[in-house]
Design a protein around this ligand. Structure first.
Ligand code: KG4
Ligand code: ZN
Length: 357
């Protein structure tokens, strides 16, 4: 009897999105429910871990029910239950992983403990079906890394941030400009009306050896420009700073990525896809700059649709599909990890394993 596609439920609760989705083994997203806690955290200007964990606890049951119902299946039809088991804010991770274990146990299904970063890393295989290996630029609120993705669970880190993550830089810049939280989309909106040439800002790490990133100096430079403007920080000036900041970030990301492409080329790895993933992958200027680089180097460029850039359950369900296909099932005694680098051999560095610090 020919067997049809199998479904996996994916649960994501590592930061401020309570999310669940069902994805089948034919790369179809049957449901993708994301509840943002934005309003719960906005007044604090950032994510408050305790509030996030409680909100996940309040809403996750209903979100999971909705994901399964919208997929048009029942729990019994699932081939497995996947959940983010780290890295992230541990209170939230515990809520999601514990519910996933309970569902898996109650319905006799395999449990899959997913590294949140692997969820982002494999999204391009869900959306575009690309083969390994590929070069990944992972840009989110807690991470900024260049990785050679060699297979499921097989990552080689080529570069990482030595201070702030790039999403964090967007969020801090937004705060300095009085644009509120979350910063990335607000800075992008402001930048749309600005002139990047009107404000001088450094382009971090451009021309430096290696593939590492650094954004704290850029953030300090933004603070100086804001202080210099003082009361004259009108909408036009603000837009110019946002535009200059965004261009500096894009230039830095492209320079570091180009170096990674060079490095791989020296090893004889050429013509493989360039993939961007994570919340900052939603940024139009960043996407355009990377697409240009990929075009110049003869690489396919893959960026997720906007709905799959930020945290979601579909990427966790898909990572679950990939792992289940390889028999990489986890026990119910799996202990969630607040820190969990994708490349365990990589030297520990500041910024590794952080989520929206
Ligand atoms: O992947 P994500 O949803 O959560 C983490 O795993 O961190 O990424 C969130 C980050 C935030 O810092 C947010 O400001 C940033 O992604 N972000 C953006 C944009 N949309 C979200 N940054 C720049 N431009 C955007 N359009
Ligand atoms: Zn994320």
């Amino acid at each position: 009897m020919p067997s049809g596609p199998t479904c996996i439920l994916g649960i994501e609760t590592s930061c401020d999105e309570t999310a669940a989705a069902v994805v089948d083994s034919d790369r179809r997203i049957l449901s993708n429910v994301v509840l943002s806690q934005l309003e719960d955290h906005r007044v604090y200007g950032g994510v408050v871990p305790e509030i996030a964990a409680r909100a996940h606890l309040d809403h996750l049951d209903a979100i999971v029910d909705r994901a399964v119902t919208e997929a048009g299946i029942g729990f019994d039809a699932l081939a497995g239950v996947a959940a983010t088991a780290g890295p992230g804010l541990i209170g939230g991770v515990l809520v999601g992983a514990t519910l996933a274990k309970a569902v898996a146990c109650a319905h006799g299904k395999p449990f899959l403990a997913i590294n949140h970063l692997e969820g982002h890393a494999l999204t391009a295989r869900l959306t575009d079906g690309i083969d390994f290996p590929y070069l990944l630029l992972l840009v989110s609120g807690g991470h900024c890394q260049l990785l050679q993705v060699e297979g499921v669970g097989r990552y080689r880190r080529l570069g990482t941030t030595i201070d702030d993550a790039v999403g964090e830089a967007f969020d801090k810049t937004a705060k300095l400009l009085g644009l509120g939280y979350p910063g990335g989309p607000a800075v992008e909106r402001a930048a749309a009306g600005g002139d990047p040439d009107a404000v001088a800002l450094p382009r971090p790490m451009v021309g430096k050896p290696g593939c590492d990133f650094s954004f704290s100096g850029l953030k300090t430079a933004v603070r100086r420009r804001v202080e210099e403007a003082g009361d004259a920080l009108d909408a036009e000036r603000l837009a110019n700073i946002a535009a200059a900041f965004q261009r500096a970030v894009a230039a830095s990301l492209v320079d570091r990525t180009r170096r990674a492409v060079d490095l791989l080329e020296q090893e004889g790895i050429v013509g493989r896809p360039l993939v961007v993933a994570g919340g900052v992958a939603a940024n139009g200027a960043v996407r355009a700059a990377l697409a240009e680089l990929a075009g110049a180097r003869g690489m396919q460029f893959v960026a997720p649709p906007l709905a799959l850039c930020g945290d979601n359950g579909a990427m966790i369900a898909w990572a679950g599909q990939e792992r289940l296909a390889l028999g990489l099932v986890d026990g119910l005694d799996f202990r969630p990890r607040p820190r969990w680098p994708l490349d365990p051999d990589a030297a520990p560095s500041i910024g590794a394993g952080r989520v929206k610090a």
